[in-house]
Ligand binder design. Structure first.
Ligand code: ZN
Ligand code: ZN
Length: 358
């Protein structure tokens, strides 16, 4: 039998949600606010070694769990890796603490939501541009229904690296040459040459908290746009923070995300090697890296996601639930494009008339 948890309001027995503005649990019915007692545990980085092998086993298909509501008696079915859901009939809030245990690694920390839904909608309106849509258009879109707050699993990686690099450094120098041009006149010209020197060296670099998203439904390039997350705010994971929010276990495992983290690290190492090697330019760069002290942790971060249809096209935007940073695709305003076209036409005509009169 699946053990579910319910957090009824101690005042009135109604549903409690984690409230981004109050940074506490808040009753949807009577408005009472209850603080979450922060844990004093220390969040530890884990050594990657044994886990990386364990994670090469594919994530097993997750069973459906059945919740029988303690309030209305109706049954709700959910995939077993969903950590929070509501009773389909009466909306009773239910936590499924076993959701994260369907994976081999459980979350260590979480950044609770700080950006409320209203705040997220305001940031979207500001980002899309004042006056782009009138209020009627926005209401018709009913963005509030499509904007969803998700607690998304992320992986962070720490790593010490020692890097040996070698290659040719190029220094430009110029030679003045005289030659005759097509009409037989003598002209001087600057010709660029490169002086190549073989160079090598080494440097150490420590990587702290390289962040990789652990959920396939969040595009990595889009999430990169709303970085950084301020990881000093990570607190010990507690599923009370999930009350009222979408929350699901990871679907990109440790070995897959660690490969991505390595790519990010290797890119930065190469950039540093180039800056050490190249005077004006470089060629034949070789970098050899030794990685040591590789550790990781899984943390849950807040993300607002929205997909909406506007004039037959789908658009998507994403908001950092901690800082409010936003990224997405914007529909183009037809009236703004028309205005721009008219301005360009006016300029062309003006230039034409001016050249004729001159
Ligand atoms: Zn209450
Ligand atoms: Zn119910």
């Amino acid at each position: 039998m699946q053990a579910f948890q319910e957090y009824p309001c101690p005042n009135c027995g109604s549903e409690l949600n984690y409230d981004a503005e109050k940074r506490s649990l808040k009753c949807l019915h009577c408005g009472a606010v209850f603080a979450i007692r922060p844990s004093t545990e220390v969040i530890e980085e884990k050594n990657i070694g044994i886990f990386k092998d364990a994670e090469t086993i594919p994530i097993a298909p997750v069973r459906v769990v059945v919740y029988r509501c303690s309030k209305c008696g109706q049954e709700t079915q959910e995939p077993g890796d969903v950590a929070f859901f509501e009773c389909r009939s009466c909306g009773n809030n239910v936590l499924n603490p076993a959701a994260y245990a369907t994976r081999s690694i459980s979350p260590a920390g979480i950044i609770p939501f700080k950006i409320s839904k209203q705040d997220a909608l305001d940031r979207f309106t500001q980002w899309i541009g004042k006056g782009f849509w009138n209020d009627g258009d926005l209401k018709k879109l009913s963005l509030a229904d499509k904007l969803e707050g998700h607690y998304v699993p992320f992986w962070t990686f720490d790593c010490q690296t020692e890097n040996h690099w070698a290659g040719y450094s190029g220094r430009y120098y110029y030679e003045t040459v005289r030659r005759r041009n097509a009409s037989g006149q003598e002209v001087t010209e600057q010709v660029r040459h490169t002086d190549w020197t073989w160079r090598s060296g080494s440097f150490e670099r420590f990587f702290d908290d390289v962040l990789v998203c652990g959920n396939k439904s969040v595009p990595q390039d889009r999430i990169n746009d709303v970085y950084p997350y301020l990881l000093n705010d990570v607190v010990v994971f507690d599923d009370e923070y999930l009350l009222g929010w979408n929350a699901r276990a990871y679907d990109k495992d440790l070995s897959e995300t660690y490969r991505l983290a390595r790519t990010i690290m290797d890119g930065k190492i190469e950039a540093e090697a180039i800056s050490r090697l190249a005077e004006d330019t470089y060629r034949d760069l070789q970098v050899q890296t030794d990685y040591s002290g590789e550790t990781f942790k899984q943390i849950i971060l807040p993300v607002w996601l929205c997909r909406y249809l506007f004039k037959g096209k789908t658009y998507q935007f994403i908001i950092n639930g901690q800082t409010g940073a936003i990224s997405g695709t914007k529909p183009l305003s037809v009236s703004k494009i028309a205005t721009a076209v008219i301005i360009v036409l006016v300029i062309i005509i003006a230039v034409y008339l001016f050249s004729k009169s001159g």
